[in-house]
Design a protein around this ligand. Structure first.
Ligand code: NAP
Length: 360
């Protein structure tokens, strides 16, 4: 029997998810809720034929006939906490787009409330085969002990970005939008079950008129929870002011691992092992994306690969798990703590929050 999805919102990533799932064997979208019924109907006609349309998210949550196995929450970040709370009350498995919530306290509260009910933050990068392989290599010591990780990610938000990014200092900004993908890289290198955040510093360029973080350079230090592992550092940069190559390199005592491009939708890994002080062997591992029938103009690059995340959720829910192993609740909480610690330092400049219009 197919794994049945409900979707909240008729927005851009919701449309991409619907088309990724349409092309994934054994999955279907059975219900879509939007703030307006007309938008939900239009979405179903264009992206999820046969799904039932609901006017209002609560209308769908309350309806016992939607028949979904899990709900994909794809609304603006400032609504995630409320919607996930409603789903948890109903013990409905939830995959919620990043960021799960706009404060660390809300993220903690959600995971505490979920208490056995499936809840996953949609950090889809972790479900890509390239990331799964990278994690396996790092955990098995393929490049020795990890010393540090260096990564950047940015896109020019003047060419379009989710509504919430420009929202406000309290709920918007690039840290919440994509900082999580950089924190994810730090936690890929330094497993959140073994390492703790010891220190994080950040400097930022803020938007005039709203104070949201536009470009951030962060330095993070992680140490072993057992007090024995020395840990290491992460050098992370995120920006909404330009497109970036999206590269990430993890450095170890006997080699390195590099996501050659677009590390948030990774397709290739370069693993270098030192054979002597002056020589090394490099292996390139390719992970082609799933086939695409070309019937949808994707709103975001690489969205066909949302299939990996959908499959991961279905596996976990069917196994009766409350989280997926690729991006656990502990990983998610650790990432939010890193981003929040950095953002908090960048948001103390009250003089940047003037009444003039945003300059981006
Ligand atoms: N995984 C990824 O690569 C990826 C890529 C892009 C975005 N995202 C995440 O996905 C989420 C949605 O992003 P998006 O690009 O799809 O944004 P979007 O097209 O602007 O859609 C956001 C939706 O939020 C809903 N919403 C709820 N309350 C709202 C309010 N007060 N004002 C405006 N909209 C409100 C609207 O749903 P209705 O249709 O019901 O009105 C709207 O369609 C964000 O959390 C974003 O970070 C993830």
């Amino acid at each position: 029997m197919a794994f049945r999805w409900a979707i909240t919102s008729a927005g851009k990533i919701a449309a991409d998810f619907a088309h990724a799932v349409r092309q994934l064997e054994g999955h279907e979208v059975v219900a879509v809720a939007a703030r307006s019924e007309a938008a939900a109907r239009d979405f179903c006609a264009r992206h999820a034929r046969g799904a039932k349309a609901y006017g209002g998210y609560d209308a769908m949550f309350r309806c016992p006939r939607h028949g979904a196995d899990a709900c994909y929450v794809a609304t603006r970040p400032d609504s995630h906490k409320h919607l996930c709370d409603r789903l948890i009350e109903r013990r409905m498995p939830a995959l919620c787009e990043k960021p799960l919530a706009t404060t660390v306290a809300d993220v903690e509260a959600l995971y505490a409330a979920a208490h056995g009910s499936f809840l996953m933050e949609g950090v889809w990068t972790r479900c890509f085969p390239a990331t799964v392989k990278a994690r396996e290599l790092l955990r098995s010591g393929a490049i020795g002990d990890v010393v540090g990780v260096q990564a950047e990610f940015g896109y020019d938000i003047t060419h379009g970005c989710p509504d919430g990014v420009r929202g406000s200092q309290a709920t918007g900004g690039m840290g919440r939008d994509i900082g999580v993908y950089l924190a994810e890289k730090a936690l890929l290198a330094f497993d959140s079950s073994v390492y703790d955040l010891a220190d994080a510093r950040g400097v930022a360029v803020l938007g005039h008129g709203d104070g949201v973080d536009l470009t951030v350079a962060a330095a993070v230090r992680l140490v072993g929870k057992d007090g024995k592992r020395r840990g290491g550092v992460a050098s992370l940069l995120w920006t909404g002011q330009c497109d970036t190559p999206e590269q990430c390199t993890v450095l170890g005592t006997s080699g390195s691992l590099r996501f050659t491009e677009t590390h948030h939708t990774p397709r290739a890994l370069e693993v270098t092992r030192r054979t002597s002080r002056t020589t090394s062997v490099t292996e390139v591992l390719d992970f082609p994306p799933p086939p695409d029938d070309g019937q949808h103009d994707w709103n975001y690059p690489g969205s066909i690969a949302l299939q990996y995340e959908a499959a991961s959720v279905a596996r976990a829910v069917r196994n009766g798990e409350s989280e997926a192993p690729e991006w656990t609740q502990a990983d998610s909480l650790a990432a939010h703590r890193i981003v929040a610690r950095v953002r908090d330092q960048c948001h103390t400049l009250s003089e940047d929050v003037a009444v003039e219009k945003p300059d981006f």
